[in-house]
Design a binder for this molecule. Structure first.
Ligand SMILES: [Cu+2]
Length: 297
């Protein structure tokens, strides 16, 4: 009967590994349990890394649990309980082996992922004008706030944070098949810009300006989510992200421009009172209030 437990023990990792592999390679019924289909070349590279590391982990896990399972089966108590167990304190060779091999694997992964990291986080796209290359300017400035997303499109001047910016809330329309650079800032706390289809996730930290870039190969309607617990309304902090053709994009921008007025932009700016709701009233203010209601200090 004791051997039953060794089989039951093995069943857990076998089913676990099998279901992860099925989800990863899109085998029914788990074909939609993994991430959505990648929408960019950078996403494909990240998938290769991600899946490669998963395969390696699955292989090592299988090796470990099958060894334990085999030991459980082989040495299970079969009635001869007088038998004495071997007492082994340690095995230096074995310990060196299982320290050095994982260390080598980690060093390999550290080097193997470098190119992808550099492409996604360090090598910001550049443009060359008259032989001088400079960073490609951001098309949109993203302002994260509790609990929504503000998007400021560079207007005719092609520069964000200027008078002619076009303001849109909770909707980001972008041309597909083009390298897009976004600038990101937070109005209040730490947020995180997450687009699973692009395998893109960027923390947005107050006081810091971040840049992200991507190139979506398909026209598609997807979503942006905040993945940093930023307060009670975090669950609803999302925006639509529509990748459209260049022509549709230009038409949409023209529409925004005609619908746009400076008053609308003003309304979008948080007012001073909203900005300072978390600030304690000053001593003078408190004093004035006390005088007004007749309280003496
Ligand atoms: Cu948030």
């Amino acid at each position: 009967m004791n051997r039953f437990w060794s089989v039951l023990f093995l069943l857990v990792p076998v089913l676990g590994i099998a279901s992860v592999l099925m989800a990863m390679y899109g085998v029914a019924p788990l074909e939609s349990a993994w991430l959505p289909k990648s929408l960019s070349q950078a996403g494909d590279t990240i998938d290769q890394l991600f899946n490669g590391i998963h395969l390696l982990a699955a292989f090592i896990l299988a090796g470990t649990v099958f060894t334990i399972g085999w030991a459980l089966w082989r040495f299970s108590d079969r009635g001869n309980s007088d038998a004495k167990a071997l007492y082994i304190t340690h095995n230096t060779k074995l310990e060196i082996t299982w320290t050095v091999i994982p260390a080598l694997i980690l060093v390999f992964l550290a080097f193997f992922q470098m190119k992808s990291w550099a492409e996604n986080k360090m090598n910001r796209p550049t443009v060359t004008v008259d032989g001088v290359s400079s960073f490609k300017p951001p098309m949109v400035m993203v302002k994260a706030k509790r609990f929504g997303w503000e998007f400021y499109y560079a207007g005719d001047d092609g520069i964000v944070e200027t008078e002619d910016d076009i303001f849109v809330e909770n909707l980001l329309v972008l041309p597909a098949g083009e390298e897009i650079v976004l600038q990101m800032e937070s109005r209040d706390v730490i947020h995180s810009f997450y687009v699973p289809e692009l395998r893109l996730k960027q923390d947005i930290v107050p006081g810091m300006t971040q840049f992200v870039w991507f190139n979506a190969r398909e026209e598609k309607e997807i979503e942006i989510m905040c993945t940093e617990l930023c307060g009670w309304g975090h669950y609803m902090m999302k925006a639509d992200l529509n990748f459209v053709s260049r022509a549709e994009f230009d038409a949409w921008i023209a529409d925004q421009k005609s619908a746009y007025s400076p008053e609308f932009k003003k309304a979008a700016e948080p007012t001073a009172s909203l900005r300072t709701t978390n600030v304690l009233p000053s001593a003078e203010l408190l004093g004035a209030a006390q005088t007004a209601v007749g309280i003496e200090n």
